[in-house]
Design a protein around this ligand. Structure first.
Ligand code: FE2
Length: 258
């Protein structure tokens, strides 16, 4: 009913089944630059299901002033989305496993840390991102301040920041501080260009990457996820590397056992 793709177009294969959980998506409609409607979210979720995901965590942008989301509003919208989807009863979609956020380290971020007002991935991890254009100064102190609030940090798509190479001392510093890295699956097929594609593979090869995520926004991303699921190099990579996605909502993962 919601399949917008022509019948002859290929569907996803479950290449990403070992991950089980997608920890990064923008399928909560109408709150950021992601999905625009429940219908679009369902189409994306069906592709994610076919690609092997059992569970999805919604991570809308928190970015001032572009997406000035408030946690209470996001929680309400998340509950409404779940109710709406239950009433539509679509087949073959992953289950929601919580709502969190992708927090941009911007001018309002220090205040957020002070207020400690975050929605966490798996009730434990703070998913953060940086500007794609300009390097933020003082990041070590910011990371330290987050850790002082007892949150563990996942840095979203380190391969996408043009000012960091795959061997950037700054990234090494973050790894030394215990920051987890999450690479976007779509980076691996060059969705964001050749630089991020190359860096994504290099970072995974050097053992820096604990998580993969779809960063699903809309049906364009869903189509690219179908392509990624068929990509031989990615299929090989999924056979060779172990990621920690499947442990993210496991109560045992609440111990510091990673
Ligand atoms: Fe994102």
């Amino acid at each position: 009913m919601f399949n917008i793709f022509k019948p002859k177009v290929k569907t996803a294969i479950p290449t990403f089944a070992p991950l089980e959980v997608d920890i990064h998506s923008h399928i909560l409609p109408g709150v950021d630059d992601g999905s625009k409607s429940n219908e679009e979210s369902i189409v994306c979720m069906q592709v994610m299901h076919d690609a092997g995901f059992k569970n999805i965590i919604c991570t809308p942008h928190y970015q001032y002033p572009r997406f000035p989301n408030e946690e209470s509003d996001i929680l309400n919208r998340y509950d409404n989305l779940k109710l709406d989807i239950m009433s539509i009863k679509p087949t073959n979609i992953p289950q929601f496993k919580g709502v969190a956020g992708e927090y941009r380290v911007d001018s309002g971020f220090s205040q957020r840390i002070e207020q400690n007002k975050f929605l966490l991935v798996g009730n434990r991890f703070l998913l953060i991102e940086f500007s794609l254009h300009q390097q933020v100064m003082g990041l070590e102190q910011i990371m330290f301040d987050i850790q002082m609030k007892n949150h563990e940090i996942i840095l979203a798509h380190p391969e996408r920041y043009p000012y960091y190479s795959s061997s950037a001392p700054k990234l090494q510093q973050f790894k030394d501080m215990g920051v987890y890295f999450q690479v976007n699956i779509l980076s691996l097929i060059g969705f964001y260009g050749d630089g991020p594609r190359r860096k994504a593979f290099e970072m995974i090869e050097k053992g820096w990457v604990e998580f993969l995520g779809t960063d699903m926004h809309n049906t364009l991303y869903a189509q690219a996820l179908i392509d990624a699921s068929h990509d031989r190099k990615i299929i090989k990579l999924m056979e060779k590397h172990k990621f920690l996605n499947s442990q993210i909502t496991n109560p045992q993962a609440q111990s510091k056992s990673f």
